[in-house]
Ligand binder design. Structure first.
Ligand SMILES: Nc1ncnc2c1ncn2[C@@H]1O[C@H](COP(=O)(O)OP(=O)(O)OP(=O)(O)O)[C@@H](O)[C@H]1O
Ligand SMILES: [Mg+2]
Length: 243
């Protein structure tokens, strides 16, 4: 994917969540956002995914400009896939129905076809055994994998993941990260935020260090993790990589 993001601003009351953020990415399969809590990663993901409008600045993804038009934004959101750190699934619906319902209601598939696609998505990620379970009957890692299966069932142009493993223990984290890696290897364009630095390094084509509403540093992982240029990024990495 190609990103042309210039001068993004977004305020919540007096908080400047995005402060003139500029992010030029010529070509990347997987863009990973890292940085301190409150730096603006989630806000940036919501704006890039069309879930929220910035107050100022411009966004183009693959040459397509995001315009402040409700219908255009809705159409844009439909082309993409989303997963957040928790509370992704409808608690009263089975894993299978969690996937087939949006295929019917949002993507306009006939019920029979929606059920077929949902079963294929569960099968692809080794989740068929869990098709008839409610989210509460699944482990956190399984829930997130169902969430990802749902997010990619309609073959999104870009998959947006906001800290998809932050609520999981290490083993469940590993199973979700493996699935994300598989998707990337299969050619899925992904923009994700994470605090898993080892994973960021392994899966990213480009890593953006986001702090105080700006991109402090943007580079392929070897450069950013091996020899960060910005003092803020150096300090952040030396703290999070210490343990
Ligand atoms: N809906 C909101 N209402 C008010 N303030 C918000 C809202 N969303 C974000 N903020 C503020 O905007 C700033 C950026 O928040 P954001 O959630 O984008 O950071 P983040 O980098 O994702 O942090 P974390 O790593 O903790 O998830 C923070 O100061 C946050 O408190
Ligand atoms: Mg966040």
């Amino acid at each position: 994917m190609k990103l042309e993001v210039t001068g993004l601003t977004k305020c919540y009351g007096t908080t400047r969540a995005l402060d003139g953020l500029t992010l030029p990415v010529e070509s990347a399969r997987v863009l990973v956002l890292i940085g301190p809590s409150g730096g603006g990663k989630s806000t940036l993901l919501r704006v890039l995914g069309g879930l929220e409008m910035a107050d100022g600045g411009t966004v183009k993804i693959n040459g397509h400009a995001l315009l402040p038009d409700a219908a255009a934004l809705q159409a844009y959101r439909r082309k993409n896939g989303f997963l957040f750190q928790q509370f992704n699934l409808f608690p009263h619906l089975t894993a299978h129905r969690n996937i087939s319902l949006p295929l019917e209601k949002v993507h306009g598939h006939a019920p029979v076809r929606a059920r077929e696609i949902a079963a294929q998505a569960l099968d692809r990620f080794g989740l068929l055994d869990h098709a008839d379970k409610l989210p509460a009957q699944l482990s956190g890692g399984q829930q997130q994998r169902v969430g990802i299966a749902r997010a990619v069932a309609h073959q999104p142009e870009v998959l947006f993941l906001d800290e998809p493993t932050s609520a999981l223990d290490p083993e469940m984290t590993a199973e979700v990260l493996e699935l994300i890696q598989e998707l990337a290897e299969a050619g899925q364009d992904i923009i994700l935020s994470t605090h898993e630095m080892g994973f960021a390094r392994a899966v990213a084509d480009q890593v953006a260090f986001v702090a105080a509403g700006k991109i402090e540093e943007l580079s392929p992982p070897a450069g950013l993790f091996g020899a960060p240029r910005s003092a803020l990024c150096q300090r952040f990495l030396s703290r999070v990589m210490r343990y």
